[in-house]
Design a protein around this ligand. Sequence first.
Ligand code: NAP
Length: 280
Amino acid sequence: MKALRKLALPNGDKVPVLGQGTWKMGESRSRRKDEVAALIHGIELGMTLIDTAEMYAEGGAEEVVADAIKGRRPKVFIVSKVYPHNASRNGVAEACERSLKRLRTDRIDLYLLHWRGSVPLADTIAGFEDLVKAGKIRSYGVSNFDVADMRELHRLPGGKASATNQVLYNLKHRGIEYDLLPWSEKEKLPIMAYSPLEIGPIVKSTAMRRLAERHKVSPVQIALAWVLRRPNVLAIPKASKLDHVDENRAAADLALTQEDLAELDAISPPPRQAGPLEMN
Ligand code: NAP
């Protein structure tokens, strides 16, 4: 197995292009052991970026992450997110303290505004900057921001230091290819693709199955390799089964040909016009 490709964030931190999501983890005691084991397995396979949020299981997912990173903290890159209603200058500081406690660590590597709410963006950035200065977070960024939001962010002091925009992107939801993705490439802003595997009925289509058989992989692996085909896109699939973790890791080594990409465009065509940002 090759080492996972890495991508440099604007502050110079290098992260693997394939990380691990945690939405829906921490919701049930009975599943916790499997969830922790899956995350640990992923870390061992090089998927050392772990995405979580104060929202997931109202803090329960961050506690699962804490178990998984115990004794492994130096090699893990933690991404967490603050609720928009906690995103005032003081609110961000308090939410971050709560997350650090649940994560049982002293630093979040990348702290994101989960989606845009009513708090002025300048206040949130001021809160993020305080946290960077205090060493509680290494960098900050946003999630579910469309091009107009990103432009507004970039006009604010400290806005251009934003390290990523985490958005819905997969073979079924290709909307960002029309405007957000080209804009982000021009600005050298990495995009973190969430729900990379949620492609609905496409997974069962004959064309997709044929393509997967040709590569001796599953349709889900094709879908993940497809998200990772662009140089400034990271993906954070969530898997709580060990074989899913193995499959996802293997998908990162899969190189799709121009012919494969054309077939996938026929299965799910790229957007022809701008539309509102899709969210999950
Ligand atoms: P996803 O990762 O696209 O899909 C997760 C589902 O796929 C789970 O049911 C998982 O099952 C299954 N799966 C994983 N690997 C598989 C494989 N190799 N073959 C077949 N099935 C597989 O969806 P997601 O959880 O919505 O998105 C990923 C992460 O992005 C989240 O966990 C979260 O961290 C983040 N996210 C962020 C936002 C935001 O607003 N910023 C929104 C949504 C998600 P098992 O668990 O049973 O293995």
